[in-house]
Design a protein around this ligand. Structure first.
Ligand code: ATP
Ligand code: PRP
Length: 211
């Protein structure tokens, strides 16, 4: 399980789909391992960027992770299902009077940024930052940024504009490759449970929109 933003929505989707989640998973807790013994499930709480690493190494069979992380990390895992939660996008943004001063791009996603600029044939220098990415063009570290945009509030409040959307993002259910073979029945049951719930939710939303 990813801690942080995705956590609440992920928990809700699991509980609504009928997956037994431990009581203390829903409370404020500093514990990192929580169990639902009756369902033989253990939940590990990790940083969102690290979830796919735990799954790739097989210490977790399944994980919930943003597509942004999968694109950035290229982990050797199966992507099973689009959970359609925590939507956002990875975009290029900058000051409105887009001038190239130093050719630098600041980002928390160096791999996505490098791949994107290579694909459009633009040579840039990618500078890795760990947060507050929007600060970089404001004080001249970089001309543009590649970062997550959700409501657009952070860009707006800092006088920046979205220039290009590189990709849209939602959270995904991922599986370790060996676990998927060895625990196929159990994982598939879990997958079906979630998939059916997502489909039911999708058609409920469509009904609501057509009313
Ligand atoms: N507005 C948003 N900003 C960042 N990530 C978002 C946003 N909306 C949805 N997400 C999803 O949430 C994930 C990041 O969650 P979160 O911000 O809690 O983690 P983090 O970046 O490790 O946090 P921190 O800022 O504590 O380092 C992303 O991988 C992305 O898929
Ligand atoms: O479009 P918005 O709804 O404003 O969301 C986008 C902002 O949220 C994230 O930052 P976060 O809050 O994770 O802080 P950080 O800068 O420390 O990464 C992201 O890096 C953007 O800055």
């Amino acid at each position: 399980m990813p801690k942080g933003r995705i956590y609440e929505e992920a928990l809700e989707i699991l509980a609504d789909a009928g997956v037994p989640v431990p009581d203390d998973l829903t409370k404020e807790t500093r514990k990192l391992i929580l169990t639902a013994p009756e369902a033989q499930l253990a939940f590990f709480l990790a940083k969102p960027m690290d979830v796919a690493t735990y799954v790739e190494y097989g210490v977790a069979d399944l994980g919930i992770v943003g597509k942004d992380v999968l694109l950035e990390e290229s982990r050797n895992v199966y992507e099973l299902l689009d959970l359609q939660i925590s939507p956002c996008r990875v975009s290029v943004a900058g000051l409105p009077d887009k001038k190239t001063v130093n050719g630098r791009i600041a980002t928390k996603y160096p791999s996505i940024a490098e791949k994107y600029f290579r694909s459009i044939g633009e040579q840039v220098e990618v500078v890795k930052l760990n947060g507050s990415i929007e600060l970089a063009p404001l004080i001249g570290l970089a001309d543009r940024i590649v970062d997550i945009v959700s409501t657009g509030q952070t860009l707006r409040e800092n006088g920046l504009i979205e220039l290009e959307t590189i990709t849209t993002v939602t959270s995904r259910l991922i599986a370790n490759r060996a676990s998927y073979q060895l625990k196929y029945k159990r994982i598939n049951q879990f997958y079906d449970q979630l998939k059916q719930h997502i489909e039911r939710r999708g058609s409920r939303d469509e009904d609501r929109q057509s009313e």
